[in-house]
Design a protein around this ligand. Structure first.
Ligand SMILES: Nc1ncnc2c1ncn2[C@@H]1O[C@H](COP(=O)(O)OP(=O)(O)OP(=O)(O)O)[C@@H](O)[C@H]1O
Ligand SMILES: [Mg+2]
Length: 499
């Protein structure tokens, strides 16, 4: 529920309660002042019609009723009637007996000349035994029984009890009612206040505390507030701001660490060949290479170290350009079967030269078009094949390229039977500078950039690259690229020709 609606409800609630309060007080005052309000009178009446006498009065009435049924003439015995009246007086009630139009007995308690006229007419079937009547401001409740004397005359016996008039009752009730109403007003006010404060003062306080925590640099807490109102929305916005700040802080921290690691790796990888080159040049300078053969060996070593440095610098340069998104990509629609066959033609010599038996398994038919940057994709394949050759130790050496496709994706699998990659190392081989064998000096080891570059390139193609491997049995690298439909391929080619 929104705060606007809550406020509206709370103010309306207070208004309605206050109005009710005013109305009730006003009506109570009216009754107190005039002593007359029909509906109140009715409620009052109904109550006394059901229950006009006290318990004791009721039992005396039952005795009189029994007498009227069994020995009606006794109800002319003034002595007896006075006795009953005496008993009734203790109950603040009185006795009245009539015979036809004359009055046989009237309790002194009443002292009311109009009483006779106010009494109900005879009704021998006794349909309404209990009822009320009033004489001007005075209000009476009674129980009555109609019977016949032995000579056939009609008679009635009444046990009558005077009740306080309405006005008096109301006057008595007024202070209690007023206190009650003020109590209701205060309680309603408190409840509504609590409802409103709980729904937005408290969450706002929590938000302020959170803002202070953020100011103090603590971003790892979580705001636990859930409501659908405006405060809830503010809280959601605040929480997503906190998350973003937290993430960007984390990223910054990671970037900083990466940068440090990068510098340390680069320095390490450059220092090794430079130290070697320096060593061999010093050897030449000091005349250690004193024969033409030695001199040739030294120069060859220096050359190969310079080549590996050149390769490293070249890889680093490419990686950093890819990382900074500064390497331009030139995409065009290429048939992947043609692409792989061309690449294989170039690689075949190298593979055969190293005694590797090679298998090309094209499990697709027809053309498989993907949008690729040819040079970059070739670089990826070269990096993968390089690794396969570099880490190949099992005889006979085997390497295969398999091409698979479904309607959406083209998959290339590069499988070798080399030494494989351990389970712990496998998730990291696409990280920059990562090498499964940690000693960076090993003769086979490169800089650990080949697969990182491959991943950057495939990511840029909107594809996926991953590896499966079994230690000692071999590794397979998979590249998945999005397959273009014929129409998409045509559009892509048109764009390129325009370009
Ligand atoms: N086919 C493979 N067989 C076994 N291990 C592999 C294979 N391909 C990659 N690896 C492991 O993954 C690591 C990362 O490979 P990556 O090509 O990125 O780096 P590198 O070959 O060490 O260096 P670079 O390619 O930069 O010369 C390698 O060091 C190697 O441990
Ligand atoms: Mg490599």
């Amino acid at each position: 529920m929104s705060i606007r609606i809550k406020m509206l409800l709370s103010f309306t609630g207070m208004l309605v309660i206050s109005l009710l309060f005013i109305l009730l007080t006003a009506s109570l005052y009216t009754i107190a002042a005039t002593g007359d309000l029909q509906s109140f009178r009715d409620i009052y009446k109904v109550h006394y019609q059901i229950n006009p006498l006290t318990e004791q009065g009721e039992s005396i009435f039952q005795e009189l009723k029994y007498l009227a049924k069994n020995d009606p003439d006794e109800l002319q015995n003034k002595e007896l009637l006075r006795e009953y009246d005496m008993k009734l007086r203790a109950e603040k009630s009185g006795l009245y007996v009539r015979r036809e139009s004359s009055q046989i007995f009237e309790s002194l308690t009443f002292n009311q000349p109009e009483l006779k006229q106010a009494l109900p007419p005879y009704d021998l079937s006794n349909n309404q035994i209990r009822s009320t009547f009033n004489i001007s401001e005075r209000f009476y409740a009674y129980a009555k029984f109609d019977f016949q004397y032995s000579d056939g005359d009609r008679g009635s016996v009444f046990v009558i009890r005077e009740r306080s008039p309405f006005a008096e009752l109301t006057r008595k009730l007024l202070p209690v009612m007023s206190l009650l109403l003020i109590g209701v007003l205060i309680i309603a006010n408190l409840l509504l206040y609590r409802w409103i404060t709980r729904s937005f003062i408290k969450p706002l306080n929590q938000l302020r505390n959170s803002a202070e925590q953020i100011k103090a640099g603590n971003l790892s807490f979580k705001l636990e507030l859930s409501s659908n109102d405006e405060v809830g929305q503010l809280n959601d916005a605040f929480e997503s701001m906190r998350k973003q700040l937290h993430q960007s802080n984390e990223l910054r921290r990671q970037d900083e660490e990466n940068r440090k690691e990068l510098i340390s790796n680069i320095s390490h990888d450059l220092r090794t060949p430079i130290t070697n080159i320096k060593g061999y040049i010093e050897g030449i300078r000091d005349g250690v290479a004193n024969t033409p053969e030695k001199m040739e060996t030294y120069v060859n070593i220096i050359h190969s170290k310079a080549v590996s440095m050149d390769k490293l610098v070249d890889e680093l340069f490419l990686y950093s350009k890819l990382d900074l998104n500064q390497e331009p990509f030139l995409f065009k629609a290429v048939d992947m079967v043609d692409f792989l066959e061309d690449s294989i033609d170039e690689l075949r010599y190298d593979l055969e030269d190293k005694g590797v038996s090679f298998e090309w398994d094209n499990q697709t038919s027809g053309s498989l078009i993907a949008s690729v940057d040819l040079d970059k994709l070739k670089r990826t394949v070269v990096n993968i094949v390089d690794n396969a050759l570099k880490y190949m130790s099992n005889e006979p050496r085997r390497f295969s390229i398999t091409l698979l496709a479904d309607s959406e994706w083209i998959t290339m699998a590069f499988k070798d039977n080399g030494r494989g990659i351990s389970e712990e190392a496998l998730p990291h081989i696409f990280d920059r500078f990562y090498r499964a064998e940690q000693s960076r000096n090993s003769s086979t080891g490169g800089s650990g950039l080949g697969l990182a570059i491959a991943r950057q390139i495939i990511d840029e193609h909107g594809g996926f690259i991953h590896a499966t491997s079994e230690l000692g049995a071999g590794t397979t690298i998979y590249i998945k690229l999005k397959r273009l439909t014929n129409e998409e391929a045509n559009i892509s080619n048109d764009e390129n020709s325009n370009y």
